[in-house]
Ligand binder design. Sequence first.
Ligand SMILES: [Zn+2]
Length: 269
Amino acid sequence: MTRLTRREFIRRVSIGIGAAGLSDPEKGILFTSPHLPQCRDVPLGDDIAKGLGVKTYVTNDANAAALGEFYFGAGRGAHNFIYITISTGIGGGIIINDRLYTGSSGTAGELGHMTIDADGPPCRCGNKGCWEALASGSALSKEARRKISQGAQTAILSYADGDIDKVTAETVQQAAEQGDALAEELIARTGYYFGIGLANLINIFNPELIVIGGGLSNMGDRLLKPAFRVAEERSFRQTCQRVRFARAELGPNSGVLGAAAYALPPTKK
Ligand SMILES: [Zn+2]
């Protein structure tokens, strides 16, 4: 026999959602979503709450992942840390003095859209030269396709069935693992730009820990060594010495666990 009736259960639980895009966590509104371009100012929290009869909280997916690592993963024990996910894009979350920093209207932590190069390539957000337009998996594959179309000598295409449209960060990585010079150069270039963004974050937030997750982090030293070197070169020595880098521990579960934790009510003071 269960301990709670359904009514009792519904009264006690709440739902946490980590949604890709800009959202207002106070009102549960999803302003925009990169995966759902038609989505504009959707009252996601209220809609789900009405449908299921359960109080619902909405936060950004990368902020949820930051909370997941903070409570249950590589960020355990840290008080000031930054979570960065590097995959097709770059996202993140900022924990300041044990709390997720959400800013004045809930949209803080859009790390991937800090400008790294004022005249850089266009970003899907409409800006130019954003961190994710230079250092993400899609930036890497785009640059690989550009080099190949210019006639660069590389084995990358052979890992993409000879089809330039099938060139991805993974195929570049596969070629690099076999010693392909262009693939190695492209990943090091991605690491270089990733490091510039890290230096900015280190100087601004003086974190004790930076946790890096997302598919591209699996490239390991090939990507992260040049990134850490550039971060060290471009940030204040005393600030950089304080920071520790760690790989995320929870993989795809970080967002789910963090969103669930986000739905818990704060303790009353
Ligand atoms: Zn952008």
